[in-house]
Design a protein around this ligand. Sequence first.
Ligand SMILES: *Cc1c(COP(=O)(O)O)cnc(C)c1O
Length: 394
Amino acid sequence: MNFSEYPIESLMYITNRPEIVFTHGKGSWLYDNEGKRYLDFIQGWAVNSLGHCNEGMIEAMEKQARLLINPSPAFYNEPMAKLAGLLTEHSCFDKVFFANSGAEANEGAIKLARKWGKKFRDGAYEIITFDHSFHGRTLATMSASGKPGWDTIYAPQVPGFPKADLNDIASVEKLITGKTVAVMLEPIQGEGGVIPATREFMQELRALTKKHGILLIVDEVQSGCGRAGTLFAYELSGIEPDIMTLGKGIGGGVPLAALLAKKEVTVFEAGDQGGTYNGNPLMTAAGYSVISQLVAPGFLEGVRARGQYLREKLLELSAERGFQGERGEGLLRALLLGKDIGPEIVEKARVMQPDGLLLNAARPNLLRFMPALNVTNEEIDQMMAMLRTILDSL
Ligand SMILES: *Cc1c(COP(=O)(O)O)cnc(C)c1O
């Protein structure tokens, strides 16, 4: 079909989209309605952990679709239980609640912390979050986010989210009062521009929250599920948070998210939390396939090796072009351009011929790379060659 034949005018406007329609994908490649292919280093916004149309996921979903799609969240089902078991086996958490999006999982974390505060901290409800953080697009998670401008678009905000500065423990301590119930952060700020919390800061936060008897919540919607080279990014700092949320990569592309907690913190009572699609077997079967592949022997070592390879290539390019280096963990990395040429590179990469390249500029002065976790070194080389061609044309 030609672009003009798609009824796109029926879609509600929310952002500027290019005039192409994607029709299929495989691994690191995505194809449009005109048959052009694109090397994909966005991967559905870091959601396709195993690339486009992973065989294991397809098999799991095909099989599950024929067995049972949704018995209702009021009943147990097999994939829901199996995935919860896999997650508690491979993390420091004891209990799992499934949701459908990262924002919804974070809403669950906020509710769990507030309920815990009601029960154990005299009604404390404030959750300290961070400047430039991103926690989702519901009203509460927008209020928790430290994204500039988000405090005014849909004002008034949900109260109770004072903001501290990442990697500055004094800025957190200053905000702790009798009303504080938790500190919530992304171990690596993703949308903010791939800014890792330092190992030292994570350890100081854990000590500080313990000292004040409040909770530590990690939003691993972007950094979790193998993205940082370990199954969860909190492992990098050797600490154990009280609550963690997952999204994006856990579903490998389908809507699935999770709220995990230590058993001492799990204070929901009957009726406190729920949702029509939560833990449905079709999505949790997909998630079980994803997590099983991530924890298979050698897989995460491979992610670390490919992350290191990408890092070296980005550093070479940075030195060659006078950029300002790179940062990140595993296969969530950013190239620091030192000037606001990110959006122009992204645009030129997509329209490049014969093959396009999909990149993201989380901020105008950097490029963010979030390829499939099973991307190959050859594909990384291809991406770097394409990027050099674009830089030459600027
Ligand atoms: C993407 C993201 C979210 C929101 O997830 P949705 O599935 O879009 O609701 C929350 N937190 C972080 C860290 C994210 O990167």
